[in-house]
Design a binder for this molecule. Sequence first.
Ligand code: SAH
Length: 227
Amino acid sequence: MRRRPHMLDSGEFVPELARMIETQLRRRGISDAAVLAAIESVPRHEFVPKESRDRAYDDVPLPIGGGQTISQPYIVAAMTAAIHLLPGERVLEIGTGCGYQAAVLSRLAKEVFSVERRPELALSASERLARLGFSNVHVHCGDGTLGMPEFAPFDAILVAAAAPAVPEPLLAQLGEGGRMILPVGDTEHQELQLIEKRGDALRKSTLEGCRFVPLVGYHGWQEPPSR
Ligand code: SAH
């Protein structure tokens, strides 16, 4: 059934959210109870443009403006589960977009620092997160491939855009025992890489294939030519 925008309120999507958690997350192997509870507590429909609200809980990424997307629910869950956040931890996210992933992270960690390169997205995500009460998320506008040295080290780093290679500054800003998850590959296809830092050693493992919008910045892809 198509929904008319003026009929929407936050309670209306409870069945869609429950179905999303069961069919898209649990059945595909997301079993971490804390991650599932975090996702259950974030109203995803508040993070998508009005015209896409009736598809907010579908098994797809959705456009959020400027050629960018909100990640598919399963990818948000898989990346969040991979970094095993603890309640006292501080996490850095690169690519705030609409702020949905940051909101999910904020339920599991103490503080979330999120960097977005597009000023209009940084501003709207920051306003949205404040309005919805996600007060432990700090949104900054800038090139996230440089990280946020002034707030480092981080217990975990999540990069929500496709990197050609692991940005060095992010590795340097990962604390002892820190975990980083990011999509690495070309602009069409990437693989999720999990990197764990133990002393001087980095343990890398590859999770699954994925497709993200490009990470554009000094340690990412070059700025696309303006149209
Ligand atoms: N986590 C987001 C989805 C992000 S889409 C969500 O939950 O909605 C990827 C985002 O990364 C886009 O908004 C894009 O503008 C941003 N981005 C790309 N390169 C970046 C960079 N170098 N620094 C910060 N943000 C970047």
